[in-house]
Design a protein around this ligand. Structure first.
Ligand code: KG4
Ligand code: ZN
Length: 341
């Protein structure tokens, strides 16, 4: 089966070609100009998706050595995300579905992140604990079976990536800031300052990251107001902040794995590219855990993960095999657990 997958939920215009669950191509065009505004401007993002979508799809087809007529399935992200941006990709995909008379599958972006660490793996190892850490989401999930997920923890305020981006901004880095902090932290001392780890009463697996962002702000005001930070101090603050955030993510995920007796952990989303996060989770392999990370090209938003989730969804039900105008009305069979997100 040849799948054409499209992702336009935020500021990446992406298209991928898959043969069954194997990724043949994955083209990502990132709208870098948003960095001048310090965040994504939704209306501008939608217009840019419109300009790029045809070219990105054509490039994905060429790189995957397929023609449009070869596609048997088309899928696109339909939720969650910026509404105008989502509409560009999903309507483009639905148009292709009608024109080519092939089924269309709507894909939940978070579900796609959840399965992204298994791209290229022979199979998905259920049950597993999924930690999804991106610029917009921080979720801890117990994945019992295909599309059978339970959210066991989530952020009650900022997402982990958002905390990285906000602190990066305080420190004078551009947007998105996670990678800058990660790079700086490699040369810093994590014990330079102990930023507080938040503990949420009565919800052992929920996260909170807005407090740490504020404490970095107060720490800077108190100690470095009007003073230019030298490189080493900057590195040390980055390392201390990163240690606190990654520590919270790691400790709760490990605790969840222990509580539910699960030995497989899959980490996904933009923040899963973080080197400290990788190092901490990978150290669990010595204790008998199976740890899955997406390869770097599948950490940030990409259409390959949308293709995999769409392909899995298509194969998990007969409903989608209908071709014709009905296909646009058919969404999910009850067993697909949308409640989970
Ligand atoms: O998954 P993603 O592309 O977008 C959303 O769906 O939100 O994630 C983007 C986020 C940004 O907040 C970015 O700062 C963060 O991932 N990020 C990182 C690293 N690389 C990207 N955070 C920490 N360390 C990194 N190496
Ligand atoms: Zn994402």
């Amino acid at each position: 089966m040849i799948t054409l997958a499209i992702e336009t939920s935020c500021d990446e215009t992406s298209a991928a070609i898959l043969e069954d669950d194997k990724v043949l191509s994955n083209i990502i065009s990132t709208q870098l100009f948003h960095s001048q505004y310090g965040g994504v401007v939704p209306e501008v993002a939608s217009r840019e998706h419109l300009k790029k979508i045809i070219n990105v799809c054509e490039t994905a087809l060429a790189k995957g050595r397929k023609k449009l007529d070869d596609a048997n399935l088309v899928c696109a992200t339909t939720e969650p995300g910026l509404i105008g941006a989502l509409l560009v990709g999903s309507n483009f995909a639905k148009g292709l579905s009608v024109a080519l008379q092939i089924p269309f599958i709507s894909v939940n972006h978070i579900q796609a992140h959840l399965y992204s660490p298994f791209i290229g793996s022979p199979k998905i190892r259920f049950p597993f604990i999924g930690l999804i850490v991106s610029g917009g989401h921080t979720l801890l999930i117990l994945a019992e079976d295909l599309f059978k997920h339970k959210i066991i923890g989530r952020t009650i305020d900022d997402a982990a990536g958002e905390a990285f981006d906000k602190v990066a901004k305080l420190l004078g880095y551009g947007y998105p800031g996670g990678k800058h902090i990660d790079d700086s932290a490699k040369h810093g001392d994590p014990s330079f300052h102990k930023f507080p780890r938040s503990n949420i009463k009565d919800s052992e697996f929920d996260f909170s990251f807005s407090g740490i962002k504020t404490s970095v702000l107060y720490f800077l005001r108190k100690n470095y107001d009007g003073i230019n930070l030298n490189k080493q101090t900057l590195n040390d603050i980055c390392a201390s902040f990163q240690d606190a955030v990654i520590g919270m993510l790691f400790d709760k995920t490990k605790k969840a794995a222990e509580k539910y007796g699960v030995k497989t952990i899959a980490i996904s989303g933009g923040v899963s590219a973080n080197s400290e996060l990788k190092q901490r989770f990978n150290s669990l392999k010595q204790k008998g855990y199976d740890i899955y990370f997406p390869s770097n090209e599948f950490t940030t938003d990409n259409a390959a993960m949308i293709g995999l989730a769409g392909y899995l969804k298509f194969n998990s039900t007969d409903t989608y095999r209908v071709i014709g105008e009905d296909q646009l009305r058919i969404h999910a069979k009850p067993r697909l657990d949308y409640e989970a997100f």
